[in-house]
Write a protein that binds this ligand. Sequence first.
Ligand code: BES
Ligand code: ZN
Length: 630
Amino acid sequence: MNRISLAAGTASLLMLLVLAACGDTRTAAPTSDNSTPAAPMTTTDPHSYANFDQVAVSHLSLDIDVDFERSVLDGTASLTLTHHADATELVLDTRDLDIHAVRLDDAKDAVDFTLAPADGYLGAALRIPITSDTRIVHVDYTSQPQAAAVQWLSPQLTSGGEHPFLFTQSQAILARTWVPIQDTPGVRFTYDATVRVPSKLMALMSAENPTEKSADGAYTFSMPQAIPSYLLALAVGDLEFRSIGEDTGVYAEPDVVDAAAWEFADTQDMIDRVEPLYGPYRWGRYDILVLPPSFPFGGMENPRLTFATPTILAGDRSLVALVAHELAHSWSGNLTTNANWNDFWLNEGFTVYLERRIMEEIAGEDYAAMLATLGWQDLDHTLAGLPTRDTHLRLDLAGRDPDDGMTDVAYEKGNFFLRTIEEEVGRERFDAFLRKWFDDNAFKAVTTDGFITAITNDLLSEAEADAIDLTAWIDGPGIPAGAYIPSSDAFTQVDAALTSWQDGTPAAELATDKWTTHEWLHFLRGLPETLDIDQMDQLDQAFGFNATGNSEIKHAWLHHVIANNWEPGYDALERFLIDQGRRKFLKPLYERLATTPDGKDRADKIYEQARGGYHPVSVGTIDTILGWQG
Ligand code: BES
Ligand code: ZN
């Protein structure tokens, strides 16, 4: 395999030219921002057409108009190149983009480019002839209204109800639907942007952000740290800012922003506690943008500006582990990035591990143990439904949508792998290893092979490596023997309550008054599959599940509503499926409905009303579940 290191978007052109002249195309020397040599970076990515082994984008300059009338982004992407002397073309990823013209450097005349036929989720390769002298390629383009990364929300879908809203979701391979780019996590670039929006709206990006609206709707952004394309992000709406700490704040619509500021008050503390463990926060500010409820994920770690669902605004700060998670990505993922989506566990498994460590710091061991136990249950459930090959940490997703690999295996098996290593070597040694891993690989792409090399060189003795059995974890199915298994004393008490209820104690008499969200989730998961109408009535009367404003509890409860065909719960189900678009909640509920003919009918009717309000990411998933494609 042809390998070359273009780490951190800072590899100097001169160096590459020298290397190319020497005929050595395999590795480059240390990058300027970091004293350690760059690990050879993989230059293959089954989900990108980009020829980044020959020429790589080191800077993006974006100049776009946000046109709410036509639901398109329209403008120019100027890409600065770092390349070999012999590169004769630049291949970019695009999907559903109209390419109008391509110009090189200062030339006024356009060059002939070719746009290959589109191939499903991979999109269409854009081939641009260049020479060794080409420094900047300008691409004039327009996105299409159905761009899969972008949701264009009418005012009714916002909290204020007056202004339209737009947000993007680029991970995993959707950046190419709104910017022509080398859409692979193996390439990093800095960026700047000029974005023009209607004058009453604020624009935000994964970059240095404004805190006030501009008078004329024009915004400029700069992102001095090199990022992979999947971290490109844009949001536009009627937004306000509140500071919540020294280097942290929240953005949201005016009637949500104060609740958000209250809910996320612990954020600065999280940053302050994670830095001594895993090294400095290298991104300047850390802000959180609370999106309208159609945001398809819980959170997205867009650098400097985490995007978050409003469904974690529980009013009691009980769902802020999600903030810890997205913040943790500032080390695992954003700083040290999976080289391609086969190694997704290096992003998410590490992040779940860090998330739980942060929560242990700020909320204590018992709290972290509850999170870990719920995670273990999720993993157990996921493994039962997956083909064996998808239960490995290292995946081979060539020919498949990277979404297929984005399961709890990467998150929770990844986390429990790291937790098992921690048990074996002790926390102090493991933390030192992690700290070195992030320092050595800051602003670089990493592979599973690179991880194995690092952990065997820097941490594990042979005996320890044997005890853990790295191969079983990485390339074997399910959960290997000897895995660390979490347990929670708080949940033991919940189990006792469950037993007592099944033995006849009325629900209202159970000792639940000190329970927090996580105990309730364990309780709901522990209920028998089959409950009769009286039992459902009794549970709802005692605990008010049907009316709860806590999205996680509601979601867990609605499973019982469907499973037991509990008529009084269907209004709440319908509201929940229409009022928010978080895929993690939608998918299992629609799937469960679709298991019976009556349920499928109900699902179709609800989806008819809800579909127009979902982000394309959720639409794609639910279309498949209900057979609505085409
Ligand atoms: N990076 C992910 C979200 C993601 C993954 C988007 C894959 C697209 C493709 C984010 O960090 C994440 O994991 N979010 C979770 C929350 C977390 C607490 C587990 C989510 O959205 O549920
Ligand atoms: Zn994550």
